[in-house]
Design a protein around this ligand. Structure first.
Ligand SMILES: Nc1ncnc2c1ncn2[C@@H]1O[C@H](COP(=O)(O)OP(=O)(O)OP(=O)(O)O)[C@@H](O)[C@H]1O
Ligand code: SF4
Ligand SMILES: [Mg+2]
Length: 362
């Protein structure tokens, strides 16, 4: 059993326009000392998925289980959840200003967090702990900066302060939701290094949410690629980068700039993410998929093993041999498309090809 085992989690929001199916049956596990990277476009359900684990999606309808350290987080009462949140599971958000109160000193906020969870800690001890934590996350002159207000910190320092706050109660799991998106590349790399170092020091489990495969390359052990509220592909970091199976994963890889010289070979993924109220039939990726086949229009593929080890899973109708970026894999994809694409899918493929960034496989 892992530290966190999520099984068939579904989250939807009834709205005036219809039911938003934000998370549609997602399962994953995270072990102590490991990092799970969750990657996907905006709106794919990454934040809703993890906020639901912490009871932070009011108004949602939730089913499934999320066993954390022997406790099912789904349906937990507010008091029990408050004890777990912060103390056992900490969250680092993209924008620290949403979590740091602008009118209170940074150190005071960290100290209060410590005291709120452990009344036996004195004000003086909590302040000393805050100074120690600010030092650990690389804030210079922490005994002086502990009395600064959030606006006196740079963006990178605020993010470090957030991490200090997350660490203050020695959680077993940290959920970092786009923690570096607002930062420039150098500071981003420093923050990722910091998270990794702290994780290794204390053997914490980490869930890193990002839309940036570069961040995944730096930090993840296992990766879950999300598309339209589902896991499109799950694999080790190595397999995601060197042996992708799902065309969406392949598209994400082809759309990241590796170097400025390669910029002219970038292939953005065609089209827009789908509406989560009116989902496409069959495979939700089919209106954007260059490999679309007839069955993709009507049958939704489930995750199934594609690699040898069994840990590599993809939700796509292409054969298991269509794995990786080599010519043999592309030939396997072309063969499958040749056999599986008839009039209906051919029309969809033509529409994709006619779009500005379109390409067609046949
Ligand atoms: N309270 C809510 N009511 C209705 N729909 C919601 C609510 N919260 C989120 N959603 C919808 O759920 C879907 C998933 O949102 P989510 O924030 O999880 O995406 P994300 O993958 O984190 O995107 P981003 O990369 O932009 O942060 C979106 O379509 C969003 O509009
Ligand atoms: S080949 Fe079919 S099942 Fe696979 S991603 Fe494309 S549309 Fe979906
Ligand atoms: Mg998000």
């Amino acid at each position: 059993m892992s530290l966190l085992d999520v099984t068939d989690l579904r989250v939807s929001f009834p709205t005036a326009d219809g039911v938003v199916q934000a998370v549609r049956g997602v399962s994953f596990s995270v072990d102590t000392g490991r990092t799970l990277g969750i990657v996907g476009e905006s709106g794919s359900g990454k934040t809703v998925l993890t906020q639901t684990l912490l009871g932070l999606t009011p108004g949602s309808q939730v089913s499934g289980t999320a066993m954390f350290n022997g406790v099912n987080l789904i349906g937990l009462g507010p008091d029990q959840m408050r004890r777990i949140r912060g103390e056992q599971i900490a969250v680092v958000f993209q924008d620290p200003l949403t979590s740091l109160h602008p009118l209170y000193r940074v150190g005071w906020q960290i100290a209060e967090m410590i005291r709120a969870h452990d009344k036996s800690v004195s004000r003086k001890q909590a302040r000393e702990r805050a100074i120690d934590l600010l030092g650990r996350v690389g804030i210079p002159q922490p005994s002086r900066r502990v009395d600064d207000y959030p606006h006196q910190f740079s963006g990178g320092m605020r993010q470090r302060a957030m991490i200090a706050m997350a660490l203050s109660l020695s959680p077993k799991l940290i959920i970092a939701d786009e923690p570096t998106t607002a930062l420039d590349a150098t500071v981003q790399a420093q923050i990722l290094d910091l998270l990794l170092r702290l994780q290794q020091e204390s053997d914490t489990a980490l869930i890193m949410i990002t839309h940036d495969l570069g961040v995944i390359a730096d930090i993840a052990d296992e990766v879950m690629v999300m598309y339209a509220g589902r896991a499109a592909e799950k694999a080790s970091k190595h397999d995601i980068f060197y042996a992708p199976h799902h065309p969406y994963t392949k598209g994400l890889l082809e759309s990241i700039p590796r170097s400025s010289a390669a910029a002219d070979r970038l292939k953005p993924i065609t089209g827009q993410p789908p509406s989560l109220i009116h989902l496409p039939s069959g495979c939700a990726f089919h209106p954007r998929c260059a490999y679309v086949m007839d069955r993709c229009l009507t049958e939704e593929p489930q995750l199934r093993s594609v690699g040898d080890a069994g840990a590599h899973k993809s939700a796509c109708w292409l054969p298991a041999a269509a794995i990786g970026t080599a010519e043999a894999a592309e030939a396997a994809r072309r063969r499958a498309v040749g056999e599986g694409r008839h009039a209906a899918a051919a029309r969809v493929a033509e529409e994709i090809a006619a779009s500005p960034e379109g390409s067609v496989i046949a």
